[in-house]
Ligand binder design. Structure first.
Ligand SMILES: NC(=O)c1ccc[n+]([C@@H]2O[C@H](COP(=O)([O-])OP(=O)(O)OC[C@H]3O[C@@H](n4cnc5c(N)ncnc54)[C@H](OP(=O)(O)O)[C@@H]3O)[C@@H](O)[C@H]2O)c1
Length: 355
């Protein structure tokens, strides 16, 4: 039986954009028959996550992820697989599984079910027809949007608040905008990188207005789309976009510091420093801006997943996904995501490895 994997071929350098040449797709040995306590797993879906960019540096800068070395099999974050052989009582062929993190980018592999690196969970039977939802809505992405907005957004229904979301067409951003609206925000404005994506956010996902940061004077566009100033900012990107947003924030408003993708290809600590001018604005206007990490809210995960599923089942929350076909498409899809090029579609980026 043939098998393929994605290997990390070379470091881009901490200050450079990644390229497809930093990866290699290789034929590899078939997964061995499972030993004692092991399972053989067929990968179905791989999640593409900006956070793994830091694994391409010699120092990831975060304690919860280790760096890749050239020649290593790529260990991403999320994935979904199907057990094909099992030597573990709790698992049977056909079971669907996911890890907390560290899914290997390989078509088929054998692993211990209790591997510390990996920690597998079974996926509920009710998700058998669409198991990829655990990589978008019903996993860390959905929880990041939900817990960011509900724990840090200070949204009160009826308070006439305006929420701006950057990276709004991405996996986390589109959900954050929809959830802000469901939570009672009066006006939700999304910032993203193409007119097609802007239109999708407005017509399909309920955003009140959008800004294409590649085509507009962002400052002027925000003045027009946020006439009452900004009360909540869900920040996925950082950099100049975020500095421009913060300058238009109201007193006692809140930044949800979710991610800073605009600077992931730069050699900066996380979170990256902000200019003295913006620090002064934050201080004078009493704006809260603290790092947000979804993993610190694990006690709220079950409650969050229940609410997300209810909204989804009730048709109040839409979950756009952008699915690339075949494991060999993963490097290019990841690079396009990190460089914001050739990306026309809204939503969670997934690679379908096997249906
Ligand atoms: N805090 C947490 O616990 C946590 C958990 C998960 C994710 N995150 C963070 O959340 C953010 C979004 O992650 P995601 O998985 O949902 O990814 P995503 O938003 O689906 O994909 C990234 C998007 O960022 C945009 N982008 C790329 N380069 C950019 C640049 N230089 N300037 C502005 N926008 C750029 C691109 O869209 P455009 O077309 O709009 O440019 C791209 O589609 C990331 O910063 C990630 O690290 C944080």
């Amino acid at each position: 039986m043939s098998n393929k994997k994605i290997v990390f071929a070379s470091l881009p350098g901490a200050d450079n954009e990644p390229t497809v040449d930093n990866f290699r797709c290789e034929a590899c040995d078939p997964a061995p028959s499972p030993g004692d306590g092991e399972l053989t797993i067929q990968t179905l879906y791989i999640s593409l996550d900006p956070a793994i960019r830091c694994r391409m540096n010699t120092d990831t800068g975060v304690e919860y992820m280790s760096a890749w070395s050239a020649g290593d099999l790529v260990l991403g974050l999320g994935g979904v697989g199907m057990v094909t052989e099992s030597n573990v009582d709790q698992y049977a062929p056909g079971d669907l599984v996911q890890p907390m993190v560290n899914w290997p980018w390989v078509e088929k592999f054998s692993a211990r079910a209790d591997d510390k690196l990996f920690t597998l969970y079974k996926i509920e039977e009710s998700l058998r027809e669409q198991p990829h939802l655990v990589l978008s809505l019903l996993g860390l992405t959905g929880l990041t949007a939900f817990l960011g907005i509900t724990q840090r957004g200070h949204i009160s229904p009826g308070a006439n608040q305006t929420c701006v979301v950057s990276g709004a067409a991405g996996a986390t951003g589109n959900l954050a905008g929809q959830i802000a609206k469901l939570g009672g925000c009066k006006r939700v404005v999304g910032i993203c990188g193409s007119d097609e994506k802007c239109e999708h956010l407005r017509t399909e996902l309920g955003f009140d207005a959008t800004v294409n940061y590649k085509q507009s004077d962002i400052s002027e566009a925000l003045r027009q789309t946020c006439p009452n100033g900004i009360d909540v900012y869900f920040d996925n990107v950082g950099g100049t976009i975020s500095e421009t947003v913060i300058k238009q924030m109201n007193p006692d408003s809140h930044v949800i510091l979710c991610g800073q993708i605009a600077v992931y290809n730069k050699d900066l600590p996380y979170p990256p420093p902000i200019s003295e001018e913006i620090q002064a604005v934050i201080k004078e206007r009493n704006i809260t801006r603290e790092r947000f990490l979804v993993l610190t809210y694990q006690e709220k995960f079950q409650e969050g997943l229940k609410q997300l599923q209810e909204w989804y089942m009730g048709g109040q929350l839409k979950v756009p996904e952008f699915v690339h076909e075949g494991i060999e498409s993963a490097p290019e899809a990841f690079v396009n995501m990190m460089t914001s090029v050739k990306q026309t579609r809204v939503g969670k980026q997934l690679v379908c490895v096997n249906k």
